[in-house]
Write a protein that binds this ligand. Structure first.
Ligand code: PMM
Length: 282
C-alpha cells in the first residue's frame, strides 16, 4: 500500500467527485476516463493526495446504492494508484472503504466519522490505514435540520472526542486518526468561522486537522454579503478558498481539501515563508 506523504508542510488533498450531482463539480468527472484524467491533472497541479468519492454529500442529496458507489470509484482508484498517485476514498461505507484500500487507496475519508456505518471502525482497524473522522450529525437529506448549536466549538469538539474514543475502542490506532470539523455539514454560516477560528482547540483531539472549505456556501455568503450583494455562486469562490487555505496553513492544518491544488500550494508556500521568517528572525 502507498503511504501518505510526510507532512513537513500543510498537504493538499485534491477533490475528485465521480458523481453526477456534487454541488460544485457534479457531472464533470462522472465517466471513468474523465475522472482518471482529472485525477492525474490534480496530482500534476500539486495535489499530494487525490480524494475519490462516488457519493454526493451536498445538502439534500439522495444516497447512492452501494454497488453503484463502488463501481464509480474503484476503477479510478486503481488507475490512479497504478500511476503512483496517493489516493484516498471519500466514503461512509465500510465495504467501499475495504474495496478501495484493496485497490490501492491509503486513506479512508469518512464524512460521518463512523456514524453512518457500524462496521466502519472495525474495518478501518483491520485495514490499518489512516482515517479521517469528520464531524457529522445526519445524512445529507436531513443535515440542515441539525445545525443548531449553543456553543459550536465546544459541541463539535465533544462529538468528535466521542468519535475518537469509539474508533479507538474498535482498535483504530490514535495516530491513524485525522480530525475534520466538517465545514458546511450541519453548520450554518458563522458556525463555520467559529470552527476555523477554533482550530487550535480541535488540535487537542489529535495533531492532524483536515480543513474542507473549498467553494462552500459559507464562503459565498461572506464575500457576497459584505456589501449587501447576493451570496456568490460556487464557481466564484476560489479566491476565498485560497484565503482560507493561507490561514489554515498558517495555523498548522495538516491538510486542506480543495478543488484547485495549484493556488492552494502557492498559499501554503506563502504561509510557510511568513511563518519561518517569524520564527527565525535574522
Ligand atoms: N466536504 C465534502 C465532501 N467530503 N470530506 C472531508 N473530510 N471534509 C469535507 O469538508 C468534505 C469531505 C463536500 O464537498 P464537495 O462536494 O466539494 O466534495
Amino acid at each position: 500500500m502507498a503511504s501518505l506523504p510526510s507532512a513537513h508542510r500543510t498537504l493538499v488533498m485534491g477533490i475528485l467527485n465521480v458523481t453526477p450531482d456534487s454541488f460544485s463539480d457534479g457531472g464533470r468527472w462522472s465517466s471513468t476516463e474523465a475522472a482518471i484524467a482529472r485525477g492525474i491533472e490534480l496530482a500534476s497541479d500539486g495535489a499530494d493526495i487525490v480524494d475519490v468519492g462516488g457519493e454526493s454529500t451536498r445538502p439534500g442529496a439522495e444516497r447512492v446504492e452501494p454497488g453503484e458507489e463502488v463501481s464509480r470509484v474503484l476503477p479510478v482508484i486503481e488507475a490512479l494508484a497504478n500511476e503512483g498517485i496517493v489516493v484516498s476514498v471519500d466514503t461512509m461505507r465500510a465495504r467501499t472503504a475495504r474495496a478501495a484500500v484493496d485497490a490501492g487507496a491509503c486513506l479512508v475519508n469518512d464524512v460521518s466519522g463512523g456514524l453512518a456505518d457500524p462496521d466502519m471502525a472495525r474495518v478501518v482497524a483491520e485495514l490499518e490505514c489512516d482515517y479521517v473522522a469528520m464531524h457529522w450529525r445526519a445524512h445529507s437529506k436531513e443535515m440542515n435540520a441539525h445545525d443548531h448549536y449553543d456553543d459550536v466549538l465546544a459541541e463539535v469538539h465533544h462529538e468528535l472526542l466521542q468519535r475518537a474514543v469509539t474508533l479507538q475502542e474498535a482498535g483504530v490506532a490514535p495516530e491513524r486518526i485525522i480530525i475534520d470539523p466538517g465545514l458546511g455539514f450541519s453548520k450554518a454560516g458563522d458556525s463555520n468561522w467559529a470552527l476555523l477560528a477554533g482550530m487550535d482547540v480541535l488540535r487537542g483531539l489529535g495533531p492532524r486537522i483536515l480543513i474542507g472549505a473549498s467553494r462552500k456556501r459559507f464562503l459565498g455568503a461572506t464575500i457576497g454579503a459584505g456589501d449587501g450583494s447576493a451570496p456568490r455562486g460556487a464557481d466564484d469562490r476560489d479566491d476565498a478558498t485560497t484565503a482560507v487555505t493561507t490561514l489554515a496553513a498558517f495555523h498548522g492544518a495538516w491538510a486542506v481539501r480543495v478543488h484547485e491544488p495549484r493556488p492552494a500550494r502557492d498559499a501554503i508556500a506563502v504561509a510557510a515563508a511568513w511563518q519561518n521568517a517569524t520564527s527565525t528572525p535574522e
